[in-house]
Design a protein around this ligand. Structure first.
Ligand SMILES: Cc1ncc(COP(=O)(O)O)c(C=O)c1O
Length: 398
């Protein structure tokens, strides 16, 4: 018999599992070219050539056991230093290797930080719509995920946020650029969030940490600035990865930045060493740590995603759909058109037109669907007539 907690997590993930299952079945039945699969967030832009060269170079120049041994659970010291130096160069910060932990993706980093900071019954506040896995990470820790609302541009409603903080709040979790909305939080908003947190920390006599989940930091469009949280917020910890910035999601490499000036820095940083290991990660993958450290100045070319965003957003808006223009990441969060305001009903109708999208209620955004546009440009072009057929069908219901 499986554990009750696991049953709850499986229950939480049912919607997403169903969507993936529907896509797989439909592809098996109709062929991939006849299914418009917008359900998955797998990068579609190739990794920079520098990554391949760095991997080959490491394999050709290092002794195998220098590349494939356990690294120590913080990760290689020279790699952590390279990452600290790169953050300092890019953002004017002042980190050292002792502010960096190599992790199994941003997801592994978040899980590690949650385990270090949370006691059962503690609360994590995040802004909805949100990345659905957060709920599962919280359940793993016997913590509660508390949702705080956003406005029509998916920016945090700060009054509501302030009202939701209480003596159990330990973490405020932000994700900008955001999955599933594509919103980016400006510096002014981050500063206000931090001010509120500081005020509430003082009121309740315990630190509240801002955890920034940032795998999409480098996927931003039109010159929009993605502020560096440790520079404008107190008690900020960053979880980042190379899953999107270098298109390496399967390599499972990320890092956490624990700045020296946060409350209880030493205790938290020391705990990372034990917890990263004892969660079963042991250490972040070794060869890719060494290789990525040699290409920290590289990034994927986001032009492809931007072209996709522009085509999709314009195409859907021209048809009549209501959708926020994403500022970053590679998802578009579209409102279900009246009178079909239930996102699962809309999902079912869309399936009949071979369109597979993510129902928004799984992301804390009922009445919307998430469209992942990390796909072939050509697929988006071919899908637009299908979106039009769907629109016409829905209009005829009025
Ligand atoms: C918002 C968000 N956070 C975290 C992750 C996990 O990223 P990683 O592959 O770095 O673990 C994802 C993956 O899609 C994501 O969308």
């Amino acid at each position: 018999m499986i554990a009750k907690k696991v049953q709850t997590i499986i229950e939480e993930g049912k919607g997403i599992s169903r969507m993936f299952g529907d896509a797989v079945n439909m592809i098996a039945e109709l062929g991939a070219e006849n299914v418009f699969n917008f359900s998955i967030g797998n990068p579609s832009v190739e990794p920079p050539e520098a990554v391949k060269e760095a991997i080959i170079n490491e394999l050709n120049t290092q002794k195998p056991m220098a590349l494939h041994s356990y690294t120590g659970s913080y990760g290689y010291a020279d790699v952590r230093k390279a990452i600290a130096d790169n953050e300092n160069k890019r953002f004017g910060t002042n980190f050292t290797a002792n502010n960096v932990v190599m992790t199994v993706g941003a997801a592994g980093g978040l899980s590690m930080i949650f385990q270090i900071l949370l006691n059962p019954g503690d609360e994590i506040i995040t802004f909805a719509p949100y990345f659905s896995e957060y709920k599962c990470y919280a359940i793993h820790m016997d913590a509660n995920l508390v949702l705080s609302g956003t406005d029509e541009n998916f920016q945090p409603k700060l009054d509501e946020f302030e009202a939701k903080i209480n003596e159990k709040t330990r973490i405020v979790l932000i994700n900008s650029p955001n999955n599933p909305t594509g919103a980016v939080y400006p510096e002014e908003t981050l500063k206000k969030i931090s001010d509120i947190m500081e005020k509430k920390s003082a009121e309740y006599g315990a630190p509240i940490y801002l955890v920034a989940d940032e795998p999409y930091r480098y996927v931003a469009y039109d010159g929009v600035e993605v502020p560096y949280v440790t520079k404008c917020c107190k008690n900020a910890i960053v979880a980042n990865s190379f899953s999107k910035s270098l298109s390496l999601p399967g390599e499972r490499l990320g890092f956490v930045i624990v700045p020296s000036d946060i409350d209880d820095y030493a205790a938290i940083y020391n705990a990372c060493n034990t917890i990263n290991r004892t969660m079963g990660f042991v250490n972040a993958p070794s060869l890719i740590q060494k290789a990525v450290a040699k290409c920290l100045d590289s990034e994927v070319n986001v032009e492809g995603y931007k072209k996709n965003r522009d085509l999709l957003h314009q195409g859907l808006t021209d048809i009549g759909y209501e959708c926020f223009k994403p500022q970053g990441a590679f998802y578009l969060f579209m409102k279900c058109p009246e009178p079909v305001t239930d996102d699962w009903e809309f999902y079912e109708m869309a399936l009949k037109h071979q369109l597979v999208m993510g129902p928004g209620s799984g992301f804390g955004g009922p009445g919307y669907v998430r469209i992942s546009y990390c796909v072939d440009y050509n697929m988006i072009e071919r899908s637009l007539p299908k979106f039009k057929e769907l629109w016409d069908e829905i209009q005829s219901m009025k």
